[in-house]
Design a protein around this ligand. Sequence first.
Ligand SMILES: [Zn+2]
Length: 401
Amino acid sequence: MITSTSDPQPADFADVRATNLAVVLRFVREHAPCSRADIAASTGLNKATVSSLVADLIDRRLVRETGLTGNRVGRPATMLVLDGSPYAAIGVEINVDYVTAVAVDLSGERLLSWRRSFQGPDVTVSQAMAVVAGLVRRVTTRMAREERQVLGLTVAVPGLVGTDGVVRVAPNLGWRDADLCGDLAKALRDPGFPVQVDNDANLAALAEHRFGPWAGTADLVYLAGGIGVGAGVILDGRLRRGGQGYGGEIGHIQLDPLGAECRCGRRGCLEAVAGIGAVLEHAALSPAEVEVELEETVRLARAGDAHTLAVLAGVGRDLGRGVSMIANLLNPEVVVLGGYYVPLAPWLLPEIEAEARGRVIAPDTGGCRVVASALGYGAAALGGAARVLDLVDSGRLPRLS
Ligand SMILES: [Zn+2]
């Protein structure tokens, strides 16, 4: 669900306090180890207020004292770091050919990472729901055994997700108007934590922005390379989804009016000519076993196979046209190639960069760098967990039950 991420409005005392707790928590996350005096100096809150807020956060086990002392100016101070060990945030990704689950604690430490194969196009929405609900139940059972409270779950889907959590269309899964959010909450029998659904590229962009090597980059675009191709757009440090949440569908920008038919029913879309399905088809490999075939593509490219290298160069040029549209329109600092593009990046990146240099009007492509994701196939699921942690950052603090 694309819920509002705006900070709570300081309408009354409780809201002001929740906002201030979130401010202190965010400060500790970004600056730990830090002292109460550091927090007061940087946030403008007075010292007594900071002490009271920190006491509250320690009670909730969101923050802990390290026992270290900072010896900066004046007397030594007790230093604070994030705790969050009694909590877990869960992210799940449904992809065309696999389902992934990850759980992280409040500081982003990975608690588990599970992956299973999945034949998305061959199963109905309710069968997919049963698979996801089963996986989530196993994760929550594990978290309960570790005495962790689950803060929330976000499910990543390769499709358009409305503000109500309904998947409007997921062309590569064959889904239309699937109430994933509602059905999943029902299947989990009112789990007692928020369940959200969001687009996979959006969530992968959040993961890069919070956990990746480019974390904190204000203007970052994630280009998700799966059977479908989508973009997650972060501008001025915030995920931008557009008016109804349907932005970022770069995969359906037409590159070639006479090009291959796309799963969306149109022709010559970026994902139809440069998605992983297209890579494998051009290379005369079966898109059914993507990962196996991808390994074979990498092996052939390493061995210098001329046909494979030509296919990858062509796909790189098409991706370069996509990246130059992104760069001309948004001027991001970095475009992160993710998913199945990662193992192919050594062959794709030079072509993308050359194409972008020729097509972006700004000098030096507006400073835009194109890099391969370091987060692996779990990026969207990790972003699902990041989405849950964003809720905490925006003031929805848990209380230990
Ligand atoms: Zn299309």
